[in-house]
Design a protein. Sequence first.
Lengths: 298, 441, 297
Amino acid sequence: MTKGKSFLKANKGFLFILPWLIGFLVFKMYPFASSLFYSFTEYNLFEPGSEFHFTLQNYKDVFINENERNALIVTFKYAFMTVPLKLVFALFIAYILNFKIKGVNFFRTAYYIPSILGGSVAIAVLWKALFKGDGLIHSFFGVFGIDAPNFLSDKHWALFIICLLRVWQFGSAMVIFLAALKGVPQDLYEAASLDGATKTQQFFHVTVPLITPVIFYNLVTQLVQAFQEFNGPYIITQGGPEGSTTLMSLLIYNNAFHTWEMGKASAQAWVLFIILMALTLVAFWSQKHWVYYADEES
Amino acid sequence: MKKKLVAAIMAATMAVTCLAGCGSSSSGSSSSDSKSESDNASIRFDWWGGDTRHEATQKAVTDFQKANPNIKVEVNFGAWDGWEAARALEYQSQTGSDLTQINFSWITDYDKGGSAFVDLNDYKDIIDLSQYDQSVLDMCKDSNGGLAGIPVSITGRTFFWNKTTFDKAGIDIPKSLDDLIAAGNTFKEKLGDDYYPLSLSTYDRALLMSFYLQANTGEPIIDESGKLTVTKDQLVDGVKFIQNLEDNHVMPSIATLQEDGDVALNENPKFIDGHYAGVFEWDTASPKYVSNLAEGQEFVVGTELTGLGDKCLGVSDKVSMLFAITKSSKSPKAAAKLLNYLVNDPEGVTTLGTERGIPASKAAYDTLSKAGAISDDMSTAHAEVVDSDPLYFSPKFDDASLKDSATGAYQDVFEKLSSGSYSVDEAGQKLFDAYNTVLAE
Amino acid sequence: MTNNSLTIEQAQAKIKRRRIISVTVRYIVLIVVGIIMLYPLIWMVGATFKTNAEIFTTLNPIPKNPTLQGYKDAMESYGGNINIWKALLNTYSYVIPEVVFTVISSVLTAYGFARFKFKGHDFLFTCMMAMLFLPQVVLNVPQYIMFNKFGWVGSKLYLPLIVPTLFATETYFIFMLIQFLRNIPKEMEEAAAIDGCNSFTTLIKVIVPMLMPAIVSCALFKFMWSSNDFMGPLLYVNTPAKYPATIFVKLSMDADTGFNWNRVLAISLISILPNICVFFAAQNQFVEGISAGGVKG
């Protein structure tokens, strides 16, 4: 008892982080570890004792089972379409906004609104109204006499529409870019322009290198988000047509909460996690080749 | 001093939350055997359905409470979407409502060894079981032989046709498979490419395929011992039969249905305006179709199709819905009282009408038919099913891994078959594997 | 004629012309993109006042025959003992506690990490930072199993949603607060200590007021995220009467009642209206919050 007291006296800070520590252990570490355990079992929530039937099949299935492999491929496609489009768009618009633009606040707000609302179910519902077979976009093309495909029921289009929903929400990445661009010293541009660099050259040789840390930050956070996308496909397409929008997170949800195969779902989540970790590590490792940190120079 | 206070508050907060956790987990597992119920009881009752069912059931519950002032009933009702998962979990964690509306397949799925629902034979002094055929009650047994639920109605599938469209095409409504296939071609020629005599969702396709196979084998596709009675080759044949319907312009492809808005058939604009002139539905389903049809169209009850096979019609019927009392109920007697009120009591039965189908209870059926509360459409369709000498329908056919609209095999197989992603051989093989996985459990 | 022979005036005029062109192009791009960004939202607002027959037939967001039918239908109970107002009330009955608890627990944790040395400080700090990279998708299933064992799934008090926020589970906020704390000089705290404040009263009297902008940002973001959260309530709320707005909106789109798109869109719009208001009332805090977190990251 006194030992505990004196420990706390010497380590006051410990008391402040205690709630976090409990949360960390109970709501993060324990689930994390138990998930790894479940992933090697045939755990079905409705079959008592099944959590002790060990198997490797769950992991094999992710790569062998057609639907699971398909979900993995779809997830990659989704992430590699969404993230670059979103970042390029965000950077491009931030770049323009960074010129002395009248009404910059108005534009910034306009671009930012979709991001702040975009995660909501209401916006996914709106997206469905826009892109459904006889929806608004269809009538839009109709005005030009084009018979547009039925975006959401066409397996070649549906995933792209789900991507667009996230690309449309480039606002928060843009705001971050904009703040970084404002931090690029003006005299560097002046120097470059004296050397005869065009605006495009300035952008690629002065601006981009200086904001690489922020590009890196946006890249990693967007990647992590994209690999976990759920609301869009769940609400707009339910993973169809023909599984063409069944992202991993949707597959995990379906396995865990429709058929209660917790073991299988855990293994799928772990595969996704490992992929995500690997990509993040690659990003971190590649940093030294392209990310420029001002502090290191000084 | 203050530091200690903070620490104390934190510790207390944590203790309370932890206790709350342990408390609720242990309270759920209280045994259901110690039933010395007092007269005053508070029970919970849940069901899913549409608005009219909600209204009727709420009224019945209010009336019941008036008649039994010592029983307080708390209700929980909602739409089907997500309902099964939520209830399944409650049964599993012993936190379900006292009285609960269940599907036939839930007995095998969630009541393994009678773990979720009480044996209603124990309450036969409250629930009048004599109103039911023993053969019907036998279907509702759990694996230990206990009576898991009281069947509210028996139902089967038959055909309904939009007579106006058939008149336009100048042909009679189909009575046999040959008629139907001929109708497909007539529709295409006379009315146009976007007119079809029939429209089937993926699950409809699975059911119609089972009728076809059963008509050819004379046996239920999954028999009472839980054995698949067809071979892989027969399933390939069944899948071919379905694809043949699409090829002959009898029904639109799945992609076409998705383009229509991916909605339930009765909401499909092309059904509403008569382009899709037929449905294969539960015998009680006609009202939701009739009420949605555009004006000036006549919707008629058809007959079971002849000519699917040479052994029999191939029709099967099933218990469509049951009421069960959960094991965790602290007032099973009060719940049983409400159950009996809903299925057998003339007052309750009259209030509910045919909201849950045509009653399986003889007393309820008499009450309703005397009052003229069973519509002609419904009784014609019901008679069509009953008179077709229906075969046994295994709840395994509706197992979530087959029927689930997102992950089920029926969706996968029939969607990909329709688009050409699966050949008939692949589709047959997939179904064969899926059935074997389900039946192996 | 070569470029060399341009007069200064001509050269200046050329530069000016170029500038005008590039400025014009910029504005055109901004306006076009702005329209793409906002048009769906504006169309949505208009559509809620249209008849169902009109909604998809025209691109014009202004209704020809304005009607309130969509809103009237939106008020009705649907899919159980629930309507949009009750659903919103349900939403805020857990969002507000979540926001309050998250802020309190995150401030405590950030303060502990930023201002104190204790045994295992560095190790725990690394653990905390690592949580930024632990995706929720791995935690969903095991957390669900755990809450189910606690008997919290379907809890009428939204326990699985609220309780974790008592324990600073939103790592991003802790991280953001620590960044802010690092920029606050320690002199004030030292002065407070001399005045006899202990570490807790210092936190309340000195740190919290200075940290206020960051705290407001955290609260605002948590508010937005929680009220938009869909997966959480989808897993943990089982009773229609307890459904929050996100689930209710999804439910209103169910195939089995038919799509009255004006009703569906009206419900959707009502459900995000509080968020839109909060955003406009505090948009600078949002922008600052997100830039600060990002740039310093």
